[in-house]
Design a protein around this ligand. Structure first.
Ligand SMILES: Cc1cc2nc3c(=O)[nH]c(=O)nc-3n(C[C@H](O)[C@H](O)[C@H](O)COP(=O)(O)O)c2cc1C
Length: 187
């Protein structure tokens, strides 16, 4: 079953790329949707476009195509991951606004009780964004902001990106070797 990846206009293109490439590598079926600003920020931060993955077997959906099959709850998909998730899209999802395919698949995931993983990126976080994250977490969404960590002793930006991508795959129940397991500080 398809994992739907939504890319919105927050910073975090490299994390989206790492997640998509890891899912491809593991043979998962992927549907990709990017908002207009998601495309722009992704291009700026990574030089990539969603269509680049069309050649690798990923289904590319148009964000304005609300008649797409995945806009309907009758069509099963495994999960929705919005990475990165802008505070604007976060707010829309929490209000039940489904005005594009990304917000619509999130609404479908909520109503059909399917897995919804949001990777919001903003700093500092406003009380509005915090309220939206709290309310969505309370109805079962996984709120997984890209947080810096140092206990895996990252040496490169790619190490840090891989950690967040790995945590996203964890939230989908997918095995990976994107970051080393914590070994109790024994090495
Ligand atoms: C270069 C760039 C970086 C941005 N970074 C963020 C960000 O980190 N977080 C955020 O919430 N919005 C960010 N924005 C603003 C969003 O792109 C903007 O609110 C947009 O309307 C979001 O729409 P979307 O959710 O449909 O993509 C950024 C915009 C640009 C141009």
């Amino acid at each position: 079953m398809e994992i739907i990846v939504g890319i919105t206009g927050a910073s975090g293109g490299p994390v989206a790329v790492k997640v998509i490439e890891s899912l491809i590598e593991k043979g998962h079926e992927i549907g990709l949707i990017a908002s207009e600003n998601g495309r722009k920020v992704m291009k700026f931060e990574t030089g990539r476009a969603p269509e680049d993955y069309g050649e690798k077997g990923v289904t590319i959906y148009e964000n304005n195509d609300l008649s797409s099959n995945i806009a309907s709850g009758t069509v099963p998909f495994e999960a929705v991951v919005i990475v990165p998730c802008s505070t604007s899209t976060l707010a829309k999802i929490n209000c039940g606004i489904a005005d594009n395919l990304i917000t619509r698949v999130a609404a479908v995931a909520i109503k059909e009780r399917r897995r919804l993983v949001l990777v919001p990126r903003e700093t500092p976080l406003s009380p509005i964004a915090l309220k939206n994250m709290k309310e969505l977490a309370e109805i079962g969404a996984i709120i997984l902001p890209p947080m810096m960590e140092f206990y895996t002793r990252p040496k490169t930006i790619d190490d840090m990106v891989s950690f967040t991508a790995g945590r996203i795959l964890d939230s989908l129940g997918i095995e990976h070797d994107l970051y080393p397991e914590w070994r109790g500080g024994k090495d």
